[in-house]
Design a protein around this ligand. Structure first.
Ligand code: V47
Ligand code: SF4
Length: 386
């Protein structure tokens, strides 16, 4: 028996089926609690399957947070430490190299590198983190530094963003991760991360990176003090940026990752008594992103943050990608995530298959990865329908 469709979504359903772009007001309507979640998921799934068919991408990766000591005090952050805190650490070369060796032995294709802005670290140290790893483990793709870090490097060196990116590229930087975006709208940004790179600096960094031919990701931190219109504003700013880059002939963002606020061990969560977003909210945000971000190829479900069950369900709510095997993650575990430390390739493949999708290993730049007895090699670039 056909399920009755809610009238509220009818105009949006027509647009989605016709491949038409959704407006800011459409986005607000999608945010309305009256919209039934299964219907939202069905719509997002239309876009997901149009773009990425039945593929469920994953990668084999690891994280490196070379220091947690940070000059900033983002109120949502449970990872940072002060200079004199017992929890503070600052890795030396041997430890960084050990992580590179471990990643290579474990068959990782990617290392995700972010961290604190250490009061005493000079720019050369940050450059060395990249060059050490790149020179010793050249097959490892280094997805490193958010615009918050690139902006900090520009301050340290008194050079433009473009110079920093060129210099990092020369050292071995492969692409930029999506962090530091939080919520762009100044009504919220000023309350949660007052001093670090603002939204215009965040976009400037990605613009310069895209113009240099680097790919990057983007994120949004939701489920704290923001309202639905802040979230839709955020998604539309990302979409506008992608349009502008595409118009210049640059490929731009590869993937969007919605990040659910984790309220433990941080000022924002504790003072405002905020609860972690529900799985329903997580799925809603995944689906809304897939519907609004019509010019971004991939939507990633970050299982470390969502939990394994919700990440699996996300594959029916707009996501086409599960990040990743992951190892050495700190940002979410410090903020109360109870997910495991690492997932095996077999587990991640099973999770994708159980969701009815076909598991495909990709590298950071969305090329197929073929594994054999002698290790891994890169296959062709994954095709995505517009
Ligand atoms: O920018 C920090 C967020 C981000 C908390 O590009 C928190 O492939 C929730 O950007 N609760 C860093 N979120 C993580 C990130 C990321 C993760 C996975 C893949 C990729 C990618 C990027 O984590 C920060 C901030 O928005 N964050 N603290 C917290 N308590
Ligand atoms: Fe520092 Fe990043 Fe934490 Fe902000 S989110 S306090 S910049 S480590």
């Amino acid at each position: 028996m056909p399920r009755p469709s809610s009238d509220i979504l009818a105009p949006i359903r027509d647009k989605v089926e016709a491949g038409e772009r959704l407006t800011f007001d459409d986005g607000l309507l999608l945010e309305s609690p009256e919209v039934p979640l299964p219907e939202l998921g069905e719509l997002a799934n239309i876009v997901r399957e149009r773009k990425n068919g039945n593929a469920g991408y994953y990668n084999i990766n690891t994280h490196l947070n070379a220091t947690n000591i940070c000059v900033y005090r983002c109120t949502f952050c449970a990872f940072r430490s002060d200079l004199r805190d017992a929890k503070g650490y600052w890795m030396q070369d041997e430890e960084i190299l050990k992580r590179g060796a471990e990643a290579t032995e474990n068959g990782c294709t990617e290392m995700h590198i972010v961290g604190g802005l250490h009061h005493q670290a000079k720019y050369d140290w940050y450059r060395k983190v990249v060059s050490l790893l790149h020179d010793n483990y050249p097959s490892l793709h280094l997805k490193a530094w958010t615009p918050v870090e690139i902006d900090w490097f520009a301050r340290l060196t008194k050079k433009p963003i473009r110079w920093v990116l060129e210099d990092q590229k020369e050292a071995g930087l492969g692409s930029l991760p999506g962090g530091g975006a939080e919520i762009f709208h100044p009504e919220i940004r000023g309350q949660i991360c007052e001093h670090k790179a603002d939204s215009s600096r965040w976009f400037e960094t990605h613009r310069e990176a895209h113009r240099l031919g680097l790919r990057s990701n983007c994120t949004m931190l939701y489920g704290h003090i923001e309202q639905p219109y802040h979230r839709i504003d955020h998604l539309i700013r990302l979409r506008d940026h992608q349009d502008a880059m595409n118009a210049e002939g640059h490929a731009g963002f590869q993937t969007y990752i919605p990040l659910a606020f984790h309220p433990e061990n941080n000022k924002l969560g504790e003072e405002r008594k905020i609860k972690k977003p529900s799985a329903l909210m997580d799925l809603r945000q995944m689906a809304i992103a897939r519907l609004m971000l019509d010019n971004i190829d991939h939507i990633k479900a970050y299982w470390i943050m969502l939990g394994v069950g919700t990440a699996q369900l996300s594959l029916a709510y707009g996501a086409d990608d599960i990040d990743g095997t992951v190892r050495h993650e700190l940002i979410y575990h410090d903020a109360g995530a109870t997910t495991p430390e690492v997932m095996s390739v077999e587990q991640i493949q099973r999770l994708i298959r159980e969701a009815g999708r076909e598991p495909i290993e990709r590298d950071t730049l969305y090329r197929r990865v073929d594994r054999g007895a002698e290790g891994w090699k890169l296959g062709e670039k994954i095709a995505v329908n517009a």
